[in-house]
Design a protein around this ligand. Structure first.
Ligand SMILES: C[S@@+](CC[C@H](N)C(=O)[O-])C[C@H]1O[C@@H](n2cnc3c(N)ncnc32)[C@H](O)[C@@H]1O
Length: 287
C-alpha cells in the first residue's frame, strides 16, 4: 500500500519548510490537522490514514502559504494564549508567549478583589481576556485604536464567554472615562507598539505579515510608551499599578519614564529568555 498520500507521507513535506521555520514539523502537523479537522494526537494515532483528495489539496494550499513565511496563526486563524483559544487576523498582532508574563505578574499584584483594570492596545483581547478568565470579580476595560482589533477582541470575548470585559475604540486614553478628579483604575496594563522605525527585524519572520500599527513606535520605539506611562497617573487610583511590556533594550529608558511620571516601587522583570521584558510601578498614596 502506498503511503505517499497518507498522514505520514504528507508530514514529510516538512523538509521543504526547514529554511522558513525553526519548527518545520510542528508547523506541518498544525496545517495538516487543520486541513483534516483533527487534532495533532489524531495524526499520530492514524499515521496510515489517507485523506480525501480535497483535503490534500487544501493542505497543499495552506502549506504553500507557509512556504512564503506567512505565520501559522494567520493561516489557521487561531492562536493559543494563556488558557484561551483566540481568533487572529492580519489586522493586529499575534499574541506572543512572552506576553503571558504580563498576565502572570498582574495576577500577583496587590489590588482589591473587585479591581477595575484597563488594557491599552488590546489587539486580539489577549491580555484582558486572560485576566478576565482568571478573575471573574475584576472589571476589565480594553481599548484599541484600530477598529479591526476592537471587533476581533469582541469576537474573542464572546467566544470565551467572558462578561466582565468591555471593549471599545480609543486612541490610548482619548475615550477612556476618568481623570485626575475621578481616577478609576487599580491596574493599567499595556503591551504597546515598541519597535524602532528602522529596526531590521521588521523585514524578517512573522512580523512582516503583522500591521505596523501594532509594532512600530517612532525612531526610538518609545513614542507610545511615553504616552501610556506619562498619562496613566491621571487614570490610576492611589496605590494603583501600571504594568507595561517593552523591548529588551528599553528597560532603563522605561524605568526613567516611570520615575518621571511619579511612580514608585519601579521594577523590571526578565522573561524566559533572560531579557528585560516588562516594567511596573505603583502610584503613591495621594489621599
Ligand atoms: C503590540 S500590539 C499588542 C496587542 C495585544 N495587547 C497583545 O499583547 O497581543 C499593540 C496594540 O496597540 C494598538 N495601538 C497602537 N496604537 C494605539 C493607540 N494610539 N491607541 C490604542 N491602541 C493602539 C495596536 O492596534 C495593537 O493592537
Amino acid at each position: 500500500m502506498s503511503l505517499i498520500n497518507s498522514v505520514t507521507g504528507l508530514l514529510q513535506y516538512s523538509d521543504q519548510l526547514q529554511s522558513v521555520s525553526d519548527t518545520a514539523l510542528l508547523d506541518t502537523e498544525l496545517l495538516l490537522s487543520f486541513a483534516l479537522d483533527v487534532d495533532r494526537t489524531w495524526l499520530k494515532t492514524w499515521p496510515d490514514h489517507k485523506p480525501e483528495a480535497a483535503q490534500i489539496k487544501q493542505f497543499e494550499t495552506l502549506f504553500a502559504r507557509r512556504l512564503t513565511g506567512e505565520p501559522i496563526a494567520f493561516i489557521i486563524g487561531r492562536q493559543g494564549f494563556w488558557t484561551l483559544d483566540l481568533k487572529v487576523t492580519p489586522g493586529t498582532l499575534i499574541p506572543r508567549p512572552e506576553t503571558e508574563l504580563l498576565v502572570e505578574i498582574a495576577l500577583g499584584l496587590n489590588v482589591p478583589d473587585a479591581a477595575r483594570v484597563l488594557d491599552l492596545g488590546t489587539g486580539t483581547g489577549a491580555i484582558a481576556l486572560a485576566l478576565a478568565s482568571e478573575r471573574n470579580d475584576w472589571q476589565l476595560t480594553a481599548v484599541d485604536s484600530q477598529i479591526a482589533a476592537v471587533n476581533l477582541a469582541e469576537i474573542n470575548r464572546q467566544h470565551c464567554q467572558l462578561d466582565n470585559v468591555s471593549i471599545y475604540q480609543s486612541d490610548w486614553f482619548s475615550q477612556v472615562p476618568g481623570s485626575i478628579s475621578a481616577p478609576q483604575y487599580h491596574l493599567i496594563i499595556s503591551n504597546p507598539p515598541y519597535i524602532e522605525l528602522d529596526d531590521p527585524h521588521l523585514s524578517e519572520g512573522d512580523v512582516r505579515f503583522e500591521p505596523a500599527t501594532a509594532l512600530v513606535s517612532g525612531h526610538d520605539g518609545l513614542n507610545d510608551l511615553k504616552i501610556v506611562i506619562g498619562q496613566s497617573p491621571r487614570y490610576l487610583r492611589s496605590n494603583g499599578w501600571l504594568l507595561v511590556e517593552h523591548g529588551y533594550q528599553q528597560g532603563a529608558a522605561v524605568r526613567n519614564l516611570f520615575a518621571t511620571a511619579g511612580f514608585t516601587a519601579i521594577g523590571t522583570h526578565i522573561d524566559h529568555n533572560d531579557l528585560e521584558r516588562l516594567t511596573l510601578g505603583c502610584l503613591p498614596q495621594t489621599d
